[in-house]
Write a protein that binds this ligand. Structure first.
Ligand SMILES: [Zn+2]
Length: 230
């Protein structure tokens, strides 16, 4: 992957994949080299009675910066590990930064920049009226995505997909809905161009930039490179 693709400032690696399964076609942007395996996985799941619905695919640097800045500035809610909304005043800037990064990537460090990563949900649950919140409870116990979760655990690897946020390694919180295409993405986090990222953060308006830059290599390790491998 080129530095521009890694940092979310290029879309040359993408293609539009249109989901024709449910009425009107819905277009999604995916890495062009994973579409055939993605399609094959959907068909295999469907044969087993599992309907995989994409919720979010490619997201560029600007979009991630918007989300990050809204959280940094208290215009979008930030939660703890138990889903409780946190009060901005109770935290220092550095503590708030880490609270955000547990659930939302720093612009330039989102795996969604790569086009190889996407969030999924159980389509049947959605069609029955369940609004996806993307919370771990939905994928365990008697949640609506338990069958999907088990199917992915058994089968996603056959099509090259894995779940980088399967376990809590002290960086990004567990995200059982987040899939990644290993043939392209498995080593990509090791190639993140840290100096180019620092320049990009400096040139763009990104909140907390002055406290981010001095600890950028540590943030890259903790929130981008620390993943559950395929
Ligand atoms: Zn995701």
């Amino acid at each position: 992957m080129s530095p521009d693709v890694l940092l979310g400032v290029s879309d040359r690696h993408l293609t539009t994949w249109t989901d024709h399964r449910f009425g009107q076609g819905v277009p999604w942007r995916l890495h062009r080299d994973m579409v055939s395996d993605w399609q094959a996985m959907l068909e295999a799941a469907s044969a087993d009675g599992i309907s995989i619905l994409p919720i979010s695919t490619y997201r560029d640097f600007s979009r991630q910066a918007l989300i990050f800045n809204e959280k940094a500035e208290g215009r979008r809610s930030v939660h703890d590990d138990h889903g409780q909304r946190l009060q901005r005043e109770a935290f220092s800037d550095d503590e708030w930064l880490h609270r955000i990064l547990r659930f939302s990537a720093l612009p330039g460090l989102s795996r969604h920049h790569w086009g190889t990563d996407l969030d999924v949900f159980d389509a049947n649950a959605v069609h029955q009226g369940h609004r996806p919140k993307l919370e771990p409870d939905e994928f365990s116990g008697d949640g609506p995505c338990v069958a999907l979760n088990e199917w992915l655990q058994e089968n996603a690897g056959r099509f090259g997909f894995f779940r980088p946020y399967r376990l809590d390694l002290g960086g990004v919180a567990p995200e059982p809905w987040h899939l990644s295409y290993a043939p392209i993405s498995r080593h990509a986090a090791n190639d993140i161009p840290v100096e180019q990222l620092a320049a990009l953060l400096t040139d763009t308006y990104v909140a907390f930039c002055s406290i981010i830059l001095p600890q950028l290599p540590a943030l890259v390790e903790r929130y981008a490179q620390r993943i559950s491998p395929p």
